[in-house]
Design a protein around this ligand. Structure first.
Ligand code: CS2
Ligand code: MN
Length: 399
């Protein structure tokens, strides 16, 4: 029998309204966190890492994954200061390894992290979910941001739908939509203004997807040799959504992208975070196929679902229902665990988290980070754990 996946929960640190003692009741044993208060690009001090780890351990958990050590924009753009920020990144990895934290998630999305248009989309059962509404995004791009090139990127029909959508919004709705789309990094309350965002966008005027990929490879060639020596496993989180938005290039949206990334510097230290919700937002991504091709590179799992709509919109569905076949995903993961077992690898208990959850029941009484409710995530985790147990028992115990 292979060991169960390592069940983890994201915790945003001491300011998170979801406390470690609440997380204890979910049954998770691992914590995923970051020093969110340290500005992106600065070195994480060893003492601060040690203190955070002590808090986690005194609550009876392990700090299993760092999510994320974010990548400074200069590295993504490939500007002159990038080498200094790469040195800082390596120093942070050294400090993490010295304190015994060895799995590091990151992403290479320009300017923004994940993008949604609505944070409280009402579901039929009274719960709420995160939503990416394609007409709303287009309305923002065309008529609020007023990005010059945007009109070339939408069909006449999409423009008309977006205009209709925009015309139906009050001033207040428009502000809310803007603030939702321009949210900064998870774990922070920052929101870009339109002017700030435009400034960031301009920096990417010369950076197309190919250039962004080259900049990612430059970063990986610089850091992976150190990570490997330190025993750190880096795992890139896919783009969310996994297609270009707002004129920004994308590099980690498909199986081919992920293959390019792991091949750019082959090493156990150069791996991926398999996020089924992010990759699943594109109908072109076949999740079980991605797992069967890249399974041995998966250092971290985000298992959640999305319900894709015909117009390119999607909302975050229940973990086991939606456009991603979670049964097939879990089966492919268990096969990967078996392959690791047969190869004598010790990393079979891959860290997994339910990623986001709906707002359910008491969740409406807490101001948690968007997507990071406690009851909704607990429900997702419980469903995933049951699915895992059922598949394992059928595959391996009852033959
Ligand atoms: C996360 C991502 O909240 C989420 O959706 O899965 O934001 C993730 O933290 C980063 O992209 C990884 O760097
Ligand atoms: Mn994710």
């Amino acid at each position: 029998m292979v060991p169960d996946l390592k069940q983890t929960f994201r915790w945003f640190g001491p300011g998170d309204p979801v406390t470690l003692s609440a997380i204890k009741q979910t049954g998770a044993s691992g914590i995923v966190t970051a020093l969110h208060h340290i500005p992106c690009g600065d070195v994480w001090d060893r003492e601060e890492i040690r203190q955070r780890k002590a808090v986690i351990e005194s609550a009876g958990f392990n700090w299993v994954v760092v999510e994320s050590v974010n990548i400074h924009e200069s590295i993504k753009i490939g500007s002159a200061e990038r080498d200094q920020y790469i040195d800082n990144y390596i120093q942070t990895l050294q400090n993490l390894a010295s304190e015994g934290v060895f799995t590091v998630c990151y992403n290479f999305m320009p300017v923004l992290d994940w993008t949604r248009t609505h944070l409280d989309y009402q579901l039929a059962n009274g719960a709420s979910a995160l939503l990416y509404n394609a007409p709303a995004l287009a309305a923002f791009d065309l008529y609020i941001l007023k990005r010059e090139d945007a009109f070339n990127e939408f069909t006449t029909e999409q423009q008309a739908t977006a205009k209709h959508y925009f015309d139906g919004l009050s001033d207040e709705d428009r502000t809310l939509l803007t603030n939702t789309i321009l949210a900064g990094l998870p774990g922070t309350d920052e929101v870009f203004t339109i002017a700030e965002f435009k400034e960031h966008l301009n920096k990417y005027s010369e950076v197309d997807a190919q250039a962004l990929k080259e900049n990612l490879f430059y970063f990986l060639r610089a850091i992976i040799p150190y990570a490997e020596k330190l025993g750190i496993k880096m795992c890139i989180h896919p783009d969310d959504p996994p297609f270009p938005i707002l004129g920004l290039p994308r590099v980690a949206s498909s199986l081919d992208d992920l293959i390019d990334i792991v091949n750019s510097y082959p090493s156990v230290a150069n791996g991926i975070t398999l996020c089924t919700g992010s990759l699943g937002a594109s109908g072109k991504n076949d999740l079980p196929e991605i797992i069967s091709r890249l399974g041995n590179k998966i250092h971290f799992l985000h298992l959640r679902n999305v319900a894709r709509q015909p117009d390119g919109s999607f909302y975050e569905a229940d973990h086991l229902t939606g456009s991603v076949d979670m049964y097939a995903v879990m089966k492919a993961i268990i096969n990967e665990q078996m392959a690791r077992k047969n190869a004598g690898r010790s990393d079979m208990a891959i860290p997994m988290r339910p990623d986001h959850g709906h707002k359910l029941l008491d969740d409406f009484n807490y101001d948690t980070y968007p997507g990071y409710s406690v009851t909704g995530r607990l429900k997702g985790l419980a469903e995933l754990r049951g699915l895992e147990m059922g598949i394992k028992r059928i595959l391996y115990d009852e033959q």
